[in-house]
Design a binder for this molecule. Structure first.
Ligand SMILES: *[C@@H]1O[C@H](CO)[C@@H](O)[C@H](O)[C@H]1NC(C)=O
Ligand SMILES: *[C@@H]1O[C@H](CO)[C@@H](O)[C@H](O)[C@H]1NC(C)=O
Ligand SMILES: *[C@@H]1O[C@H](CO)[C@@H](O)[C@H](O)[C@H]1NC(C)=O
Length: 332
């Protein structure tokens, strides 16, 4: 509907300009200038452009979203806020921002990338300047590696040429072929320009489960020692993530090559979620679905999920991942 409307308006603008073309010169100039600036305003309003009309960082918005909508991730929340704010406030960054988000499934890695996008681009994930690649969907076949490499490099270059403030999210990073990751390395580096294009305003976000097991172990150790989850600090998890990388060649290989060159600016660890966080996710999901909040229903749904270790039932196996569909089942 909005598309039809904008096409119509676009047509009217063009025909307006055409009509003016047949008027005497003097009025054409006056009206033409007016129409052109009005037209430009309208155009900027209707069509996403790579400028402050459509792109603008909202630090308060990001902070609020991280505090109110992301559950159980005090470390990730802090790191992400600091990293993104620092980068967006820097007028002259020396390299693009590269974040690597790690953790168990369903802990909020995808969600955090959405929150970042939402607070930079007015259209959020719908923005034409935000690009999401999922390894198994976009680059599934080993035999097509060379094609993928060329394609991905062209996409990154083309999109950053169109809009320096572009964002690229790579999901399932641990399932990406190492060769493909190598092909994007130059764009993450400290070059002022690469083939005439500067990548320093761009944002790259990598999502993976790599290190997830080690992060879980840290959380479990804290729990076993009777310590508060909130006492866990970034430094407790940093070794967990980097050790896993060097020990686990399978899922860690890509990551070592990025670490070696210091291309990743921030490693962001996501903790496994507990029962109470699943309940928070459930309530938020109910609100999002426009349902009447019902704690009894959410509680029952949360209790029926799987937790580990088996006896203590501390952490949710799937985090908050399946909650949306589960709720439908419990509210029927
Ligand atoms: C920034 O986000 C806050 C909180 O979501 C919102 O109230 C405010 O209107 C936003 N500011 C801009 C300029 O979009
Ligand atoms: C930008 O990236 C998308 C993939 O998200 C691709 O389809 C498109 O061709 C790219 N644009 C340019 C100009 O390269
Ligand atoms: C919550 O849902 C349960 C089961 O559907 C229902 O019995 C109960 O009355 C509801 N509670 C509230 C406060 O709406």
């Amino acid at each position: 509907m909005k598309e039809t409307f904008s096409t119509l308006l676009r047509y009217m603008l063009i025909s307006g300009v055409l009509v003016h073309a047949f008027e005497p010169i003097s009025t054409t100039i006056v009206a033409g200038v007016g129409a052109a600036s009005l037209g430009m305003k309208l155009y900027n309003y209707l069509f996403e452009t790579c400028d402050e009309n459509w792109i603008g960082f909202n630090a308060t918005g990001l902070q609020e979203d991280l505090q109110k909508k992301l559950f159980g991730q005090h470390v990730a929340s802090q790191v992400v806020f600091k990293a993104v704010t620092g980068f967006m406030n820097n007028e002259n960054p020396k390299k693009p921002l590269v974040l690597s988000l790690h953790g168990w499934t369903g802990t909020g890695k995808n969600f955090v990338s959405q929150l970042i996008a939402k607070n930079i681009y007015h259209k959020g994930m719908e923005s034409g300047f935000v690009h999401l690649f999922t390894a198994t969907a976009h680059f599934p076949h080993t035999r097509d590696l060379e094609t993928y490499k060329t394609q991905l490099q062209q996409w990154i270059k083309g999109n950053v040429t169109n809009c320096p403030r572009s964002m690229f999210i790579f999901d399932e990073m641990d399932k990406m072929q190492p060769g493909l990751i190598d092909s994007i390395k130059p764009y993450l580096d400290f070059y002022e320009r690469l083939d005439g294009v500067s990548y320093r305003q761009a944002i790259f976000i990598f999502l993976s489960n790599a290190g997830g097991q080690n992060i879980v172990q840290v959380a479990l150790d804290f729990w076993t020692a009777g310590r508060q989850r909130e006492e866990i600090q970034l430094k407790d998890l940093e070794t967990a993530v980097s050790l896993s990388v060097f020990n686990n060649q399978e899922s860690g290989f890509w990551h070592t090559s990025l670490i070696d060159k210091n291309l990743v600016d921030f490693f962001v660890p996501f903790l496994p979620l507990e029962f109470k966080h699943v309940v928070q996710c459930g309530m938020a999901e109910m609100a999002a679905k426009g349902l009447e909040l019902n704690a009894t229903v959410v509680d029952r749904m949360a209790r029926d999920l799987n937790y580990f270790p088996k006896d203590e039932r501390v952490f949710s196996v799937k985090g908050c991942k399946v909650i949306s569909s589960r709720l439908d089942f419990y509210t029927d």
